[in-house]
Design a protein around this ligand. Structure first.
Ligand SMILES: CC(C)(COP(=O)(O)OP(=O)(O)OC[C@H]1O[C@@H](n2cnc3c(N)ncnc32)[C@H](O)[C@@H]1OP(=O)(O)O)[C@@H](O)C(=O)NCCC(=O)NCCS
Length: 156
């Protein structure tokens, strides 16, 4: 492994925004990144190669109205710059976030939305044990559908 993971720091913000815009059409305000970091600082991770941030994952923990004691992790955004892909960076980011969700927050499952056409991401999630659990028609601004993919981490 020639990369390392560490917690996001506010001084990484411009670089993370650059990576987000380079990799995904779903972009967020500076305030959104910072407020997620404030709420769940240990679920916002970056990957560094040669001292440069090349990928990130940003997550939060949510409750459910119908099962108040159930805590669910939600992957809000994950991206790795194109020239650093297929080196296991997203796998490492996601595995670390999943284990922190379970160990530090008691999350028993984790879910995310993914474009139905995003085969690389779907493969990644399936490899880590996520299953397609729902489809949300026209979830994205351009009209594309989303799969909801869920990984159960502890029996409920
Ligand atoms: C999806 C993404 C985060 C994967 O990052 P990555 O660091 O390249 O992923 P990994 O190297 O950990 O890949 C793990 C596995 O995912 C699958 N995978 C990753 N990229 C793939 C591709 N282009 N085609 C098919 N499978 C792919 C493979 O099974 C891979 O394992 P392998 O390399 O041993 O075959 C990256 O492609 C990316 O940033 N895409 C744009 C942003 C995005 O789509 N984010 C997800 C939004 S829901």
């Amino acid at each position: 492994m020639d990369f390392k993971l560490r917690d996001f720091r506010p001084e990484d913000l411009e670089r993370v925004i650059f990576i987000n815009r380079a990799c995904l059409p779903e972009n967020y305000s500076r305030g959104f990144f910072l407020s997620l970091h404030k709420s769940y600082p240990d679920l916002f991770l970056v990957a560094e190669r040669d001292g440069e941030v090349v990928g990130y994952i940003m997550c939060r923990i949510e409750g459910t109205i119908w099962r108040p004691r159930l805590k669910r992790g939600h992957v809000i955004s994950i991206a790795v710059l194109p020239e650093h892909r297929r080196k296991g960076i997203a796998t490492a980011l996601l595995k670390e976030a999943l284990s922190r969700m379970a160990e530090r927050y008691g999350a028993s499952e984790c879910y995310l939305e993914v474009r139905v056409s995003n085969t690389p991401a779907i493969r990644l999630y399936e490899k880590l044990g996520f299953k397609k659990t729902d489809v949300v028609p026209r979830y994205y601004l351009d009209g594309e559908d989303a799969y909801i993919m869920t990984k159960v981490m502890a029996p409920q």
